[in-house]
Ligand binder design. Structure first.
Ligand code: NAD
Ligand code: COI
Length: 327
């Protein structure tokens, strides 16, 4: 058995090497993300360990099957950009890491809300100019707010615990009702109901085909409400969000994911800058906290992403299945 891993960062390397030694399975490490050009490197390997890339080659699974690869193990949660039907047709197993550290993302989402509530962008800019005054940017406390969770899966539940620790009132919308949370009266029936009551709308669900937060829904949000998105950029109509922020209808937005993030996030664009004007306008606003999809990025999460993905690939090859198999 031997594996090839793409998109391997420096901070992952030790975990790969440790696992390979402990399990006596050779793992070739490739730093570049998986592309049409470097896909042939996978010839002769049993499994490919990949990390969410912008766009996977369209014939990925046809080619992998022709190379003899039997498994692709993704070391992140989202498999939204993989053609699962093609994987099935080619008899290639797909695994992900559904829970490498829900707390990493939940904590980050709350941390960025705090930055908004305490006007951190404004104070950072002021201090850079040696202006240390307070007024008039008085902050808000979380316990005075109603938090609206959209999605009560692993990350939503971790966020719920944190918000309860702050003493906030929490409500939630999810088509699936967790019986324990249902008994606590957490759920409202519709998304419209949630946004009409919540001071903070925080997204913890998978990416969707169309927008979840569009112009019409933004109009139904409480004036001055905040949006937190550590889920997927595709959930929010960014243009409608920008307009609402500029018009002062919303209090702010913390965006760790962005609709058109692929050519921007996790790239060094120091020399060329960002050409996306929508992005530049959003980032320039004092009431936007934009981060480059780093909510997941903690030591605990990185170690789990690498080792669980490798364990999954090994399990598929040895037993034909794995607890993390994506159906
Ligand atoms: P999960 O599968 O445990 O939970 C997702 C929840 O969303 C489920 O309860 C599901 O019923 C609910 N849901 C589905 N459709 C919905 C809808 N239309 N409205 C409301 N709720 C809906 O997933 P998770 O581990 O909590 O992760 C959630 C998402 O977070 C992932 O799908 C991924 O997109 C994102 N994520 C982001 C990062 C990051 O670094 N920013 C890291 C990991 C995951
Ligand atoms: C995920 O695990 O789905 C994430 O969003 C993290 C990202 C680095 C791919």
């Amino acid at each position: 058995m031997k594996f090839i891993a793409y998109n391997v960062r420096q901070d992952e390397q030790n975990y790969f090497e440790k696992w390979a030694k402990e399990n006596a399975v050779p793992v070739k490490l490739v730093t570049e993300e998986l592309t049409d050009e470097n896909l042939p490197l996978a010839k002769g390997y049993d499994a490919v360990i990949s990390f969410q890339t912008g766009v996977y080659p369209s014939d990925l699974f046809d080619k992998l099957a022709s190379y003899g690869v039997k498994d692709i193990s993704i070391r992140n949660v989202g498999v939204d950009n993989l053609d699962l039907a093609s994987a099935k047709a080619n008899k290639i197993a797909v695994t992900n890491v559904p829970a490498y550290s829900p707390n990493a993302i939940a904590e980050f989402s709350v941390a960025t809300l705090l930055q908004l509530l305490r006007n951190q962008n404004i104070y950072r800019k002021r201090m850079a100019k040696n202006d240390y005054r307070w007024a008039p940017f008085v902050g808000k406390e979380i316990r005075a707010l109603t938090i609206g969770l959209v999605g009560t899966g692993r990350i939503g539940k971790a966020a719920l615990e944190i918000y309860r620790g702050f003493g906030a009132k929490v409500i939630a919308y999810d088509p699936y009702h967790d019986p324990k949370l249902e008994a606590q009266g957490l759920y409202v029936d519709t998304l419209e109901e949630l946004v009409s009551q919540a001071d903070v709308v925080t997204l913890h669900m998978p990416g969707s085909e169309g927008y979840l937060i569009d112009e019409a829904l933004i109009k139904k949000m409480k004036p001055g409400a905040y949006i937190i998105n550590t889920a997927r950029g595709s959930l929010i109509d960014s243009k409608a969000l920008l307009e609402a922020l500029k018009a002062g209808r919303l209090g702010g937005a913390a965006l760790d994911t962005y609709e058109y993030e692929t050519p921007i996030f996790n790239h060094d664009l120091e020399d060329i800058g960002v050409k996306d004007e929508l992005f530049n306008e959003l980032v320039a606003l004092d009431n936007v906290v934009m981060t480059p999809h780093i909510a997941f990025y903690t030591e605990t999460a990185v170690e789990n992403m690498v080792t669980i993905a490798l364990d999954s690939a090994k399990a598929v090859l040895e037993t034909g299945t794995a607890p993390t198999l994506v159906e």
